[in-house]
Write a new protein. Structure first.
Length: 294
């Protein structure tokens, strides 16, 4: 199941290299979803095989999308590797050290499910119509492609990368706060307290950065985080998971523009779980609308 249909990779050849990796991944999954043999079956066993097949294919498709940025061909999967290690191998062409694989694995786990956020709701609305699971996942990916949703980890890392050390981070943060700027990777609609996912990933990020001689970047992150959280404490704004995942992905070797892809790999698991939960008894979602004349 780890080897998607060849037609999905062939579809990538018609996509411009400069297209966003998430759009490239979505293009391939669109084709792959047409090859799911259980797509039309309503049997319970088939319903559970569909997400397993999509997840199994996803790593290879996502890796190929990232490699396409550099004009590199896709790599076949290695059956001796776990999910995270195989994705990183198919992306980088090498198996990273165990500590990096565990760090990446942790990032997938903590982001796998997070309630009915915009992308999950989009997927649920599609599955409620009786559409196939592949269509629901593609709807979620469309919602996730927005910079306010799946692109936040990329913009948060780009913000941090522009800062030259802890002292510069504090000075810049104070000026940005005085100007009323927004900080990608900070604040959350759910968490008005420290994001527990950040605490889980902290030791991994610190260790991976140190192993690559990038400890100063970790100190810069802490300085920025302290300055922002202290200044905005009254508003209960804290660093969220998007503030830290780039500190894992960058030293591992993933390009910055591709950061939304591992987030998608993780969170599509939650979308499909919601869809499977909804299927037995769920009616079609059709919210009412009230028009107000002004």
């Amino acid at each position: 199941w780890r080897q998607p249909p060849r037609a999905a990779f062939e579809a990538l050849s018609s996509v411009p290299i400069h297209a966003h990796p998430l759009a490239q991944y979505r293009t391939m999954l669109t084709v792959a979803a047409c090859h799911i043999p259980e797509a039309e079956s309503s049997a319970l066993d088939a319903q559970w095989r569909r997400p397993a097949r999509i997840l199994s294919w996803a790593a290879a498709l996502a890796a190929a999308a990232i490699r396409h940025l550099d004009g590199l061909p896709d790599l076949p999967p290695r059956l001796d590797l776990g999910y995270s290690a195989n994705f990183l191998y198919q992306t980088l062409g090498r198996v990273p050290p165990e500590a990096e694989v565990l760090a990446f694995d942790a990032s997938l786990i903590v982001q796998a499910e997070h309630g009915l956020h915009a992308a999950a709701l989009a997927a649920l609305a599609v599955i409620s119509t009786g559409a196939d699971l592949g269509s629901a996942v593609l709807a979620g990916m469309g919602a996730l492609s927005g910079v306010r949703h799946g692109g936040a980890n990329q913009t948060a890392f780009e913000m941090l990368s522009a800062l030259d050390g802890p002292s510069a981070a504090r000075v810049w943060a104070r000026r940005a706060l005085a100007e009323g700027r927004r900080f990608p990777g900070f604040g959350h609609r759910v968490y008005k307290c420290p994001d527990p996912r950040v605490a889980v990933l902290e030791p991994h990020a610190r260790a991976v950065l140190a192993a690559h001689g990038m400890s100063d970047r970790w100190e810069t992150y802490l300085a920025l985080r302290e300055e922002v959280e202290t200044s905005l404490a009254a508003k209960r704004i804290h660093a969220n998971v998007d503030s830290i995942t780039g500190l894992l992905y960058h030293p591992i070797g993933l390009p910055t523009s591709a950061f939304p892809i591992p987030f998608c790999l993780a969170i599509q698991t939650g979308w499909m779980a919601h869809c499977l939960e909804y299927l037995p008894d769920g009616a079609m979602l059709a919210p009412g609308v009230v028009y107000i004349r002004r």
